[in-house]
Structure formats: structure tokens, C-alpha cells
Design a protein around this ligand. Sequence first.
Ligand code: PPY
Length: 306
Amino acid sequence: MPKLAYLGPEATFTEEALRILAPDAEGLPSANVSAALDAARRGEADGAVVPLENSLEGGISSTLDELAWGEPLLITAELLLPVQFSLLTRTEMPLSDVKRVYTHPAAITQCRGFVAREMPDAVVVPAPSTAAAAQEVADPGSPYDAAIAARIAGERYGLVELASGVGDRSDTVTRFIRLSRPGLLPEPTGSDCTSLVAFLTDDHPGALLEMLTEFSVRGVNLTRIESRPTGDGIGRYFFHFDFEGHVAEARVGEAVSGLRRICADVRFLGSYPRADGTAPQIKRGTADDDFAEAAGWLSRIRSGRP
Ligand SMILES: O=C(O)C(=O)Cc1ccccc1
């Protein structure tokens, strides 16, 4: 039974994701994303499950930066999970009495409209996770009146559900990833995604276009691009890329090695099955057979056997 570290404590959305991604796994709750990933790096767990992005707000910065700067880990699976938020308190109370709310930053952005409409005077404070917020609010000495978390977090920590469905959109989806220490990649399935981070050599006109061209000329469809500051001053960024296909496929391998040639550094984050099962778009001339045929032709030319 694998042991997987996750953003805890019990009853986070990440735990729900873990139960779906790895139903047989033993969960190891961790205080934050870095701690979960460190547990996997140190071998205290076989891997980790953490949130990566959501469809309303984009990437979860702490995860993106850990993947780029921390000891390397490999993404081996992803899951898309719709999440529902509840407003949880120790006792029944009118909404107007809720003055201090505690929850994870991703929930703050996804419930902003509800808070502005129903509790305009409330202050919302960021918590390490939604379940950590629920656990804190359950403490009678807590300075917070309410947590925004999953209904099951309310049940787990003995809170009252003052309101349910407090998210601004019911169709918001969060993307979670499973990671392991570097090793063998998952086999290609025909519906895969590859992730990497790329660092520019220097700042010059067209630098981003040059990177994008490596994908474009091989017909590789990007599914996410996100810039993050390098920390070296305003205007200095590196880039997260997700794209269709597995690095074992010729067009993807060529794009990745093309990037490697023009970037200061490329960190490969993994090729893994796509959660939505969508087959990649393959443009004419970019299938594995096309690359193999052209490579054979080139080698015949080079050896004088056209
Ligand atoms: O805090 C949690 O429960 C998490 O798993 C992170 C999170 C927070 C809000 C939406 C999705 C994931």
C-alpha cells in the first residue's frame, strides 16, 4: 500500500483528490504543500498529492514554485475535481455576526462574491488549508468566527454548516497532481500531458516567441503557460508549460529538446495520462511515423543511399 503525503489535515479537498487518485493509499497529512513534497523527497512517503491550479484563478503559486525550485519530483498523474464550499461555524449564528473568516487562499478567491454580498464587513484571513481553517474554528478560543471549507470538514471537526454552495461559480474545477521521486515515466496512453519549466538565457525581443516556436513547428498543442517571477528583479520571469502528448512521442521529444537548446535551463516535470482523456491534436506531418520516415530518409542521404 503506497503512502502519499498530502496537503492536510484530514478533510481537505486534496485528501478527496488523493482518495480518487489512489484509493488504496495510506494518506500522510502535511501542514502545507512544501511539507508534503518534502516528505516525498525524503522518502517518508512514496509520493505526494497537491493542488496545482484551478479554473478560476489559475496556478497555485506555492506548488508552481516548489516544482521549479525544490529538489526535482516527477508528476505521474492528474485529477480534475469540482469543489463545493460551505461556511462553517462553531454554533448557529446570523450571517451578519460573522466578522472573521478563515480559509485557504484558493477558497478566498472562489468565494469572494458571496463574502462581499452576504458578509460585506467580514475580514477573510488566509489559512494553510480549508481543513486547517475548520480545525482552528472548532477551537472555542479561536479568533475566527467561521471557516470556508468542504462540508465533510465541518462534519470531521464538529462545525455547523451555516451556508452551503458559497462558491461564486458551481463549475469551478481544481486540478490536483500526484508526484513521485524521479524514476520511470508512466507509459504513453495516447492521451497524455507533459509539463516542464523553462528559464530564458537572457532577456531579448522575441525570447518568448522563440520558445513558443519550438512547440508550434512540431504541432504540439499547449494547454497551459504561466509566467512566474525568478526573484531576480522586476521583469525577470520563468515559464511553466503544459502541453499535449508524451515525451516518448517524436514531436513532443523534438519540442522538448529544441527548448533545451535555446533555454538556459529546462526542468522536465513529467509525462502522465490526461485526466479528461482527450486525444492530442496531431497536425499533418507531425505523427511518430512522419518523424521516423523523415529520419530514415535523412540517414539514407547522409550515407549516400538516397
Ligand atoms: O485547502 C484545501 O482543502 C485544499 O485542498 C486546497 C484547495 C483549496 C480550495 C480549493 C481547492 C483546493
